[in-house]
Ligand binder design. Sequence first.
Ligand code: NA7
Length: 543
Amino acid sequence: TDEGVSTTFDAVVVGAGFSGLYMLHRLREAGFTVQVYEAGEGVGGVWYWNRYPGARCDSESIYYNYMFSEELYREWTWSSRFPEQPEILSYLNFVADRFDLRRDIRFQTRVVSACFDEENSRWQIGTDDGATVSATYLITAVGCLSTANVPTFKGLERFQGRWYHTGNWPHEKVDFRGKRVGVVGTGSSGIQSIPVIAEEASHLTVFQRTPQYSAPAQNHLLEEEDIREAKERFHETKQKMRESPTGFPRERSDRSALEVTEEERRRVYEAAWEKGGLILSSTFKDLTISAEANETVCEFIRGKIKETVRDVKVAEMLLPSYYFATKRPVLDTHYFETYNRDNVSLVDVRKEPIVEITPKGIRTAETEFELDILVFATGYEAMTGSLLKLNISGRGGVTLREKWEDGARPKTYLGLATAGFPNLFMITGPESPSVLSNMPVSIEQHVEWIGDCIEYLREHGLDRIEAKEEAEEAWSRHCWEVADSTLFTKAQSWYTGANIHDKPVGFPIYLGGVGHYRNICTEIAEKGYEGFALQSAAKSSQA
Ligand code: NA7
């Protein structure tokens, strides 16, 4: 170890995105020593890596920020309704400077192992620079969608052009001018980048596996008046977001889509379409519960696609058939219109599967597409991918990978902790509601809960906490039951793990709502951390 460099911390935090930055700040304010490790050269997490053309957040900017400090909220001003990646990255850099966070972040350093040392009740954490440090608490802030999924197409290594994954985009601008480009994947990343790439490329071929429901973002610059109002409403908005089901301050409908007339339904959907954003799914209360109600919004969007896309055959290929919102709803800017361009073509890889990548491009069952640039917008190994990569081993040397072996049920207690792994906290872990909510709201709740918990342990002379198996079992079961009472478990999506070949299908997201979840977590803390075993290390080593 370097001389003079501390190697013992109260907490090690993995990741310097939205979660890690606030976790560092929260713990440091409480007087703990913290070391953050970040693989990137700068802060930002997914917003550091996702630099693909058109990358943008689907949460409205004025709700997509920290709310723990009113001063911070007032100091920052967003330029547009839906923030673009560069602006979000600037915001996170601003936060890092504002709270002097960088001095406790080690950049370009990846955590490659973490072992729980039972005797001393501490984590031994190894990094890719060969160093090992020790910490009482290990806190993962690695994000839910951060381990890229590049499908294992035969022949990729022989491709003579350049290829990129949207989640690992180069820092220098990729020049598509005069290039034949192929985009594989039509999730959020594909749908955001396709219209932008089409403007530049000589030809763009989109390889689509599942057609998507996408609604217009209706993005626009924010007026001074909007910004002033947002800042004035800080307290009201913050409270509403925290109590809401999904972390947005919007009202939820208490009407069924089936109790109104067809005209009324159409009026409601049209209004939501015109307004833009992720509001279609909350226009009626039963869209994610009743197949019949769900079909009404599906039909509405299919109608919009048919109206927009001129070529009837292409329009037909773009019509989705799964239950709306059971895959992550997508927002776009002129996505369907892009298929009216002469330089864009669409390939349905369910009918015409990709057989291999050749030196010149992509060969499907029917033809070879010559391409200069290949873009994989093929998503992530969601929820568990980045946690498993850390090589965490807990009590008895059991690894997280072994514990979650069947993959279908990455069992956790509240998404915050997991039995067998004392003093490990996960921000936005599996079986928390975070990934289906407005992320910063969920992140703040997790960070504050973890911060309070660690303070509580200090106050009570304790330094070891572990989720009890029975508490975890009950939470995990509850999580599944809530999900299975909806349409969410009836679709193939990254929510269920079905996007990853060989990954067993489950549902590692709590669907009971952000506000409700917050109350559960608070109550558990108030009961002295019910469901957790609390100890002092000294005692446990005697035991
Ligand atoms: P997503 O939403 O997981 O989308 C990935 C897309 O790539 C989706 O259309 C997939 O089709 C497609 N895909 C994945 N593997 C393949 C293979 N092997 N062949 C063809 N097509 C494939 O990832 P995004 O990056 O777009 O968005 C991730 C999240 O970021 C998003 O939900 C927001 O929360 C922000 P599929 O639908 O699985 O058939």
